[in-house]
Design a protein around this ligand. Sequence first.
Ligand code: SAM
Ligand code: SF4
Length: 405
Amino acid sequence: MPGAVPAGEPVPADGSLPASALAGLAERPFGLYVHVPFCQSRCGYCDFNTYTAAELGGGASRRSYPGQVIEEIRLARRVLGAAPPASSIFFGGGTPTLLAPADLAAIIRAVRGEFGLAPDAEITVEANPETVDERVLAGLRAGGVTRLSLGMQSAAEHVLAVLDRVHQPGRPERCARWAREAGFEHVSLDLIYGTPGETDADWRASVEAALAAGPDHISAYALIVEDGTRLAARIRRGELPAPDDDVLADRYLAADRLLTAAGLDWYEISNWAATAAARCRHNLLYWTGGNWWGAGPGAHSHVGGTRWWNVRHPAAYARRMAAGRSPGQGREVLTGQERRTEDILLRTRLAEGCPVALLSGAGQRAAGDAAARGLAVPAAHQAGRLVLTRRGRLLADSVVRDLTD
Ligand SMILES: C[S@@+](CC[C@H](N)C(=O)[O-])C[C@H]1O[C@@H](n2cnc3c(N)ncnc32)[C@H](O)[C@@H]1O
Ligand code: SF4
């Protein structure tokens, strides 16, 4: 959840939602996102809502945090009433693995107690490689975590240094193997491409090292230079070159070829999985209009077309929870048209594609053009779905603009 927070309307103190939001709650999958806003150190490229011990200030601590999240889960149950059992929980950050496995397990128990968990619920924890070892991984598995997502980023030491990552090359792959030994069926590795100084050979070696660790899922993201980060300042001062669009496109194509050849197929532009079961169910819920409650500072939620976001600072969040007030800072109720546009935008990024019937007349003509220009698969288009080709994935933003204009 990086970037600026929209203005929105105020959230009622008890967190209650408009009746329109609750109406279809039972009809779609329901998940929980739990934000853990702590990091040991700040990576120079990252503008996520996360705090080092020095940045945190008074009024918030790692120790008191799990109890506050559990309070918010209770609030969620009061607001939502009879929601379906959770089909997924995703602990994201920040660095969730700065909390003890017992704390994460207590939060999972709270979700189970308030909402119930679907029998095959997916429970993911994002983990920084330097914060986990065999003992921690066994503790996470015993606490009910089913999926581990490791922030590998690169196998090249000089790339990790530019990114300010603190782990040693080789550590993420070791963690992935330990995770398998601890009984995790689903293990994912996150990679970043286009870091200043990274060569084609570095990138290829990173993808190959990730594959050799035997994950069933890999995410690969182009490095985004976020305003206000240390990385942006270094590029502005001329200390580092900015990522180059052509290089980013080549790196994406190289990754897609290597991953596909190793049996991991793309199912979203930046995500590849070995089997349908290995796809991240929680992220699919975001991309297909599901409902989720985001707990924690700065977390975003969506239920039935109402979106809201929490106060950003952990101390402000702690004050709200202590006062028994909703941590929601603002919200917006999407119009039917806004929901449709968002649906098109997200579904077009999926390998399953976007039903052409969702598009306006002009959008359907644009879909036809995309197929004619080699950006969408012609056979899928004839069957009523817009599915991006490899080249189309590189130009996804402009294809989507044409579909929704
Ligand atoms: C915000 S992190 C949270 C998990 C964990 N702390 C980590 O770093 O792996 C989730 C993913 O977002 C990626 N990320 C953060 N900022 C990014 C940026 N500016 N460009 C591309 N990826 C970014 C991280 O590298 C990581 O893989
Ligand atoms: S460890 Fe992850 S969340 Fe923390 S600063 Fe680095 S990229 Fe951001």
